[in-house]
Design a protein around this ligand. Structure first.
Ligand SMILES: O=P(O)(O)OC[C@H]1O[C@H](OP(=O)(O)OP(=O)(O)O)[C@H](O)[C@@H]1O
Ligand SMILES: Oc1ncnc2cn[nH]c12
Ligand SMILES: [Mg+2]
Length: 181
């Protein structure tokens, strides 16, 4: 494990198996339809790349970049769109793909923003759910793992842009980010 880690929360194999299971479930639910997968950059990129290869219905991709954590372990509360979708989503079956739902501020904002654009349907898929810190409600339709109140990195998740390329998910040692959050 990376020396900045406290412990591994999910191994590569645990992630691979769960993501494949989620892909099968999504494929069943969207059978006969085309799916527009909207990835929330940057954190969801690795999860999305693995998930879509387990989805057997026609899948189209678009990406939106928002930021609210910056270099911190606490949400700023202000969600900013850094890069919007390339195309409209009106009449499309949209699946938002996220790496983690924590306070819910990011997805609560994005669900409202994307709903206003007139999709035929809009559902949320997240690899991780941290319900203990929720500040705004988010309906999650597909959840990979529910985790405790720990700051985790790896498999796309970062602290100050670091650790995204770790192939597993680990709890970041508090000595790295100065303890309290
Ligand atoms: O539920 P919340 O408290 O809003 O936190 C979850 C969001 O925060 C992180 O993204 P971040 O804004 O750090 O950008 P990144 O995806 O580029 O890392 C994470 O990837 C989620 O998108
Ligand atoms: O535990 C976590 N690790 C990385 N990014 C975020 C955002 N919210 N919660 C996080
Ligand atoms: Mg993110």
């Amino acid at each position: 494990m990376h020396p900045d880690g406290e412990r591994i929360l999910f191994t590569e194999e645990e992630i691979r198996a769960r993501v494949a299971e989620m892909g099968r479930e999504i494929s069943r639910d969207y059978a006969g339809r085309e799916l527009l997968v909207v990835g929330i950059l940057k954190g969801a990129m690795i999860f999305l790349a693995d998930l879509v290869r387990s989805i057997t219905v026609p899948a189209f991709f678009d990406f939106i970049a928002v930021s609210s954590y910056g270099t911190s372990t606490k949400s700023s509360g202000a969600v900013r769109i850094l890069k919007d979708l390339d195309r409209g989503i009106e009449g499309r079956h949209v699946l938002i793909v996220e790496d983690i739902v924590d306070t819910g501020l990011t997805l609560n904002y994005l669900v409202d923003n994307l709903t206003a654009r007139g999709p035929a349907s809009l559902k949320v898929c997240t690899l991780l759910d941290k319900p203990s810190r929720r500040q705004k409600p988010v309906e999650i339709h597909y959840n990979g793992f529910t985790i405790p109140d720990e700051f985790v990195v790896g498999y796309g998740l970062d602290y100050n842009e670091c650790y995204r390329n770790l192939p597993y998910i680990m709890v970041l040692s508090p000595r790295v980010f100065g303890g309290g959050r």
